[in-house]
Ligand binder design. Sequence first.
Ligand code: NAD
Ligand code: ZN
Length: 343
Amino acid sequence: MQALVKTAAGPGLELCDVPRPQIGINDVLVRVHRTGICGTDLHIDAWDAWAQRSVAPPLVIGHEFVGTIVEVGANVTDFRAGELVSGEGHVVCGRCRHCLAGRRELCAHTIGLGVGRAGAFAELVSLPMTNIWHHWPGIDEDVAAVFDPLGNAVHTALAFPVLGEDVLISGAGPIGLMATAVARHAGARHVVVSEPIAYRRDLAMRMGASLALDPRVRKLPDVFEELDMVEGFDVAMEMSGNATALQSALGAMAHGGGIAILGLPTEPVGIDVGEVVLKMLTLRGIYGREMYETWYKMTVMLRSGLDITPAITHRFHFTDHEAAFAAARSGESGKVIMDWTAH
Ligand code: NAD
Ligand code: ZN
């Protein structure tokens, strides 16, 4: 089968012919239709310090996908050939305290699809049955392909109650864009998006933002009066990984507010702990999605009117993977999809 492979330690990816994945008795083999490109894939392509620590080549990369089941292992009874599915990209141990208690997202022994095991940028991908999620018939397959990052957005957006609240989203990358629509769907009063790239600010407005500002030009408290806000944001979502963005958010919070932190800074970040204490803020780290409460919520929100399609801006065939990665890297894009079906 064809697959996008990190063949050796160093920058770049190669489209290669590789053996089809073997499946065990608890596994499901999926014919991949479409995949989404994640920042993780860009890091692996670029072979930065994180990728050097985390990936052992050769490796088929990619973890955001949708496809149809072609084969199931002998123990698998809930899934059948022909069904449309996606997969949770975190493969957990199943045996630690948290896994046994049903809090699988807290597993400390997680292996990432396309990071620690063969991934989904391929014509076929294998996953344990416990990682497979059924889609409803007729779902837009571009949306189904990005359930993994949509799950990041939903898990972060629902970390604190947003109904009637004023929400700040720092960073309008694909996840910040989707979180904008989720916060709106969940009943936020104002959703203010802070993002330096104009293309992404425009997309944020299409996702339902009340206002999108360039943090280099406008300070967060400058918008309070315009939006009839009194004290500051009730909820903030840090989705940029940028230190200044987190520090600015802290300064613009109302007393008692909550900050959900999804963005991964490359260096340690200094924050004013006095501000956290005196404003009685709650800071919460968000990694991945809840298995499978977030998947359930994504499904029911999409079926009750949540629309994330404006965040999906580019589509390429997998043979055009270089152009697809260039689009994802450019910043002048939302989510970038690759099609793995034959043309
Ligand atoms: P992205 O890099 O496409 O988006 C980040 C955005 O933040 C960019 O558009 C950038 O222009 C913007 N930005 C930069 N500096 C800013 C500033 N000072 N203020 C406001 N915005 C600023 O990334 P993404 O794919 O949307 O992911 C968002 C973040 O979440 C990344 O840091 C990524 O590493 C992280 N992430 C975390 C998880 C998790 O499970 N915790 C999962 C996926 C991604
Ligand atoms: Zn575990």
